[in-house]
Write a protein that binds this ligand. Structure first.
Ligand code: PLP
Length: 410
């Protein structure tokens, strides 16, 4: 006969399991150090650091279960963003990829169908092929003739309107603003939207950085969002919330998107503190974006002054051509990282966020100036570099994002 376990045996066994389950993740965390690094990183604006003030605000948040629509702060944030964008309803989600993909899935009914977008669009290039997977749609990636933004002419020549059985009719146009930091002219968006409406095509905006457009141009969020049936807005980029994106649209649209979100496994529970952190960010960080853009202009001016060709520079991003002064991107990444106070540079795209230190910008300009001087001494003559092979098959559209280093960020 095996011995009957005593109560103390069971208690000891439970205590042992509890010892295995528990963990202290705070051990070794160096908060001030991680904040310094991101103030000197040009990799992305997703890396912004939730401040103590933001965390203090968030700790007061409601703690209801959002799957049951029982979290007050989440509902309040959704209603607020819907209101300022002129839409009836909103849905707070974990990521911008989720809000984009939910929107596309919700707009599209059954195949055959196609989604028209810029060839550089995040929905096409950076969402793991989600359009094909979730929506069984083909994508029509269009190269803008002017190299900057899609025009009505581009859209009209690419959209599939006929019911000819060889084609997959275009049911959705997805635009992106900003795209690589550039601002989409609003009158062109309106023209595309009027055309779309006239032929029964829905309009989605990937407005991950639409806040930057509003901050830069002083255009209201409502005016920017009016031409669209749905808009996805990131809170975890320049706005500086720790996590989250919001999808806005009609009541019916959001109700159905909420259903798909559950299906995708994206229904979440006590999301109130995340909504509160995002609300804090909207209130306190949105007003800082204009200053962020000014710092990007300072970086642009400093690089130009050092002889560097600038490929694009609007809002908070500067795309620069390091080879135009004889510098290889990898070389710059390494030199920047090995400074006494390191800088983090991930290639041709330099992103400024509200926690970028002005000194980091000054230091980067100095470093590029020094390296460009070294290259000249070694015999580099500007203007005699081989330009990257850019035009084959892509007239007027050069890929401006050359990644370097190991970091890969959206
Ligand atoms: C970052 C980004 C998204 C969403 O990214 P997540 O990392 O999934 O939040 C969508 N569109 C654009 C243009 C973006 O920059």
């Amino acid at each position: 006969m095996s011995p009957v376990p005593t109560l103390t045996d069971l208690q000891a066994a439970r205590a042992k399991v509890a010892g295995e389950v528990g963990v202290d993740v705070l051990k070794g965390v160096d908060v001030p150090k991680s904040k310094t690094a991101l103030s000197r990183s040009f990799n992305s604006d997703t890396i912004t650091y939730p401040t103590d003030e933001m965390m203090s605000y968030a700790i007061e948040a409601s703690r209801g279960d959002d799957v049951y629509k029982a979290d007050q702060c989440t509902l309040a944030l959704e209603a607020h963003v819907a209101r300022i964008t002129g839409k009836a309803a909103g849905l707070f989600c974990a990521s911008g990829t989720m809000t984009n993909q939910l929107a596309i899935r919700t707009h599209l009914l059954s195949p055959p169908h196609s989604v028209l977008c810029d060839a550089r669009a995040h929905v096409h290039r950076n969402e793991a092929g989600g359009i094909a997977h979730h929506s069984q749609a083909t994508t029509l990636p269009v190269i803008p003739e002017n190299g900057h933004h899609l025009t009505l002419k581009d859209v009209k020549s690419a959209a599939i309107l006929s019911e000819d059985i060889h084609g997959a009719p275009t049911r959705l146009i997805s635009l992106e603003n900003t795209l690589n930091g550039t601002i989409f002219p609003q009158d062109e968006i309106v023209a595309i939207s009027e055309f779309a409406q006239s032929v029964g095509i829905k309009m989605h905006l990937d407005g991950a950085r639409i806040w930057n457009v509003a901050a830069e141009t002083g255009t209201s969020m409502q005016v920017l969002c009016d031409p669209f049936d749905s808009v996805s807005l990131c809170l975890s980029k320049g706005i500086g919330a720790p996590i989250g994106s919001i999808l806005v649209g009609s009541q019916e649209f959001i109700a159905r998107a909420r259903w798909f979100r559950k299906m995708f496994g994206g229904g979440w529970r006590q999301s109130g503190y995340l909504a509160a952190a995002a609300a804090y960010a909207l209130t306190h960080n949105f007003p800082l974006l204009a200053g962020t853009h000014a710092l990007a202009r300072k970086l642009e001016a400093g690089l130009r002054d050092a002889g560097v060709r600038i490929m694009s520079s609007e809002t908070n991003m500067v795309f620069f051509d390091a080879p135009s002064v004889g510098i290889a991107y990898d070389e710059l990444t390494e030199r920047a990282a090995s400074l006494a106070e390191p800088l983090y540079v991930g290639g041709s795209r330099l992103v400024i966020h509200y926690q970028t230190a002005e000194k980091a910008v000054d230091d980067l300009i100095d470093l590029v100036r020094v390296m460009a001087g070294e290259k000249r001494k070694e015999g580099f003559v500007p203007g005699q570099t081989e330009q990257q092979p850019s035009d084959a098959g892509y007239p007027k559209l050069k890929e401006v994002f050359v990644r370097s280093g190991i970091k890969s960020t959206a």
